[in-house]
Design a protein around this ligand. Structure first.
Ligand code: C2E
Ligand code: MG
Ligand code: MG
Ligand code: MG
Length: 290
């Protein structure tokens, strides 16, 4: 009897495995189709300077609707498939192109100080043309390199820094800035941060969530902010959802903030609308006093 159950379990397991492989193959096919049909979208989450409570720029976040349900599928689910199949290479070019075109439009509305952060996957770094692709995307839209920020997760950064150090140095020498995303969950050695051209540490949301109640998180966040400040890196907190978190971060000297407390990721139309309405978030160029 027990043996029967065991067999059943294995059967069920295999069946599930089979199903999940089929799902992945099907997802891969749908993703390729979406790239051909240009049905991917970018949403843009504002980044804030918490002192002036003004928007300093955006992070482009990829969005994809499943064609059958018409519902958004989480990027955590479909991006790994795009990576495995290599689709991330042409898709990544599209993201760069789209994000730069959008930023140019917002600059031209009178907001040339706004920056655009673009997430890259490891697979993209390993492709030889990435530096060219980035360079071409921002120069095509006559954007200054300083308006472009590349986000690499700590894990991707560590896995690639040795082999792709040249790429990273070339990138930051060109004026593009480099942020270490999801910082704190990986295993960065401090010497990497000191010796490699990193501009910003982006504290992972998991350390922000339970601030200021969770004592461990309080210590970790304080340490990251202290570390960043002492080696002259910018620091931004991601996933800030409430006033208490913001207050704590401000007290600790973390100037830059991203999260639902200020804004969820928005569509380009929503941001254009805010810029057109000269929303308080934005400082228009002619408002600057020279
Ligand atoms: P990430 O780069 O760390 O992006 C931050 C994620 O946290 C986004 O999820 C964002 O919507 C979410 N988020 C921001 N503020 C809050 C908050 O206050 N509370 C909560 N609960 N969540 C918040 P999203 O858009 O689902 O993206 C997930 C991940 O997928 C990203 O993490 C990034 O690693 C990857 N990703 C997204 N777009 C791209 C892309 O264009 N290219 C690549 N290579 N990866 C991307
Ligand atoms: Mg990011
Ligand atoms: Mg992040
Ligand atoms: Mg994250």
């Amino acid at each position: 009897k027990a043996k029967d159950n065991g067999k059943n379990c294995i059967y069920r397991y295999n069946n599930q495995l089979h199903q999940s492989i089929l799902n992945r193959v099907e997802l891969a096919r749908l993703l390729r189709q979406a790239l051909d049909n240009k049905t991917f979208e970018l949403h843009y989450q504002p980044k804030f300077d918490s002192e002036s409570v003004s928007c300093i720029g955006f992070e482009a976040l990829l969005r994809w609707r499943h064609p059958e349900t018409n519902e958004f599928v989480r990027p955590d689910i479909f991006i790994p498939i795009a990576e495995e199949t290599g689709l991330i290479i042409p898709l990544g070019k599209w993201i760069l192109e789209q994000a730069c075109a959008q930023l140019k439009q917002w600059h031209d509305m009178g907001y040339p100080e706004l920056s655009m952060a673009i997430n890259l996957s490891g697979r993209q770094i390993q492709a030889s043309s990435l530096y060219q692709d980035i360079y071409q995307a921002y120069t095509r839209y006559e954007l200054p390199s300083s308006a472009i920020e590349i986000e690499l997760t700590e894990q991707v950064f560590i896995e690639n820094i040795i082999q792709h150090e040249n790429f990273m140095r070339k990138l930051t020498n060109s004026g593009v800035s480099l942020s270490i995303d999801d910082f704190g969950v990986g295993y960065s050695s401090l010497s990497y941060l000191k010796n490699f051209p990193v501009d910003t540490l982006k504290i992972d949301r998991s350390f922000i969530q339970e601030l200021p109640q969770n004592y461990n998180d309080v210590c970790i966040v304080k340490a990251i902010i202290g570390l960043a400040n002492s080696i002259d890196l910018k620091v931004i907190a991601e996933g800030v959802e409430n006033k208490e978190q913001l207050t704590f971060l401000n007290q600790q000297g973390c100037k830059y903030i991203q999260g639902y407390y200020f804004s969820k990721p928005l569509t380009s139309e929503q941001i254009t609308q805010k810029l057109t309405a000269e929303d308080d978030w934005f400082i228009k160029k002619q408002d600057f006093v020279f």
